[in-house]
Design a protein around this ligand. Structure first.
Ligand SMILES: Cc1cc2nc3c(=O)[nH]c(=O)nc-3n(C[C@H](O)[C@H](O)[C@H](O)COP(=O)(O)OP(=O)(O)OC[C@H]3O[C@@H](n4cnc5c(N)ncnc54)[C@H](O)[C@@H]3O)c2cc1C
Length: 281
């Protein structure tokens, strides 16, 4: 079994399957999980996609995904830990090649026997540690892997009648296989209120739509152009979603667009105690 793990899923799929539609489906199964097609998805990842998603089913935490963090916090505090919110680490402190502490944006330093970074590996090795501290294994890793895109999110509040009875919670929308990897090519749709109606007011649903997008698509725009681009993109996505949910535009109650810039700004602000959210997030 282990010999298959580093092989790519596309090669193995083509060895046993010739139906082009089924191969495309496998491509999408990999893409929706790893944001790369089957040819670039190692079997170790595909194993999770094919077994967990199909045999294990989907689990959804009641109250929204934030409940996972909230429950972890409860457990940590119960076992004597302390959580500091809005505490931005700007530096990992080293003694020789060993991490011994962190420095916060406020200047405060903490020391500990073990330091665990949950920032991205790019932030950890390129921003929080000095360049000369990058281990050879990390340099090799960075050469082999490519960064995945960011996402554009469209959050919609809709009247319940938009969703026909029996509507499924998750959908993937792609009109043209050639565009699967394009910016805003594949659209992922999730309707959490079908599983957890309390998240929305009575007779309403939340539709969360997200699609890959790159930061570069959203940079260098004036505030007006940025706002305008968000509106155009939302309109185009809603028009595409009408194919799954006819009458969606008429049943809209609320809409909000988040771009890769929004993610970056919230991310920074979440770890910056005094940060403001300027207009045009
Ligand atoms: C659009 C989208 C949809 C997804 N859908 C699903 C799904 O349906 N199911 C699923 O299982 N997973 C899904 N995921 C993946 C899931 O969200 C991630 O795997 C998960 O959030 C990773 O958790 P984490 O704790 O490792 O990292 P994160 O949730 O990214 O947490 C890292 C934390 O570190 C903080 N941080 C970073 N830098 C610093 C610093 N310098 N100082 C202090 N704090 C810092 C950040 O603010 C953040 O709170 C999705 C991801 C995306 C983007």
């Amino acid at each position: 079994m282990t010999k298959y793990l580093p092989q790519n899923t596309g090669d193995i799929a083509r060895r046993y399957i010739s139906d082009p539609k089924l191969l495309k489906f496998i491509d999408m199964e990999c893409y929706c999980w790893s944001v790369v097609p089957a040819d670039k998805t190692p079997m170790i990842n595909a194993g999770m996609v094919f077994s967990d998603r199909h045999y294990g089913g989907i689990n959804y935490p009641k109250g929204g995904v934030g409940q996972i963090a909230a429950k972890l916090v409860e457990g940590l505090i119960k076992s004597g830990s302390e959580i500091q919110y809005g505490a931005r680490v700007t530096k990992i402190l080293l003694e020789g090649s060993r991490a011994v502490g962190v420095k916060l944006a406020t200047g405060k330093e903490y020391r500990a026997r073990r330091i665990v970074s949950n920032a991205t590996r790019w932030d950890t090795f390129e921003k929080l540690l000095p360049a000369e501290a990058m281990p050879a294994s990390e340099k090799r890793w960075q050469k082999r892997y490519q960064k995945s895109p960011s996402f554009l999110s469209l959050h919609l509040g809709v009247k319940a009648e938009v969703l026909p009875p029996g509507t499924e919670c998750h959908h993937i929308l792609l009109e043209d296989w050639q565009k699967m990897e394009d910016e805003q090519g594949t659209v992922f749709v999730s309707i959490p209120t079908l599983l957890d109606p309390d998240l929305a007011p009575p007779n309403h649903h939340i539709i969360h739509t997200f699609t890959p997008s790159w930061m570069e698509e959203w940079q260098g725009l004036s505030p007006q152009d940025y706002q305008h681009k968000k509106e155009v993109v939302a309109e185009r996505l809603i028009a595409r979603l009408e194919k799954i949910f006819p009458g969606l535009s008429d049943g809209l109650d609320y809409q909000e667009v988040g771009t890769p810039r929004t993610h970056r700004r919230f991310w920074d602000a979440m770890t910056e105690p005094m940060a403001q959210f300027p207009n045009g997030n």
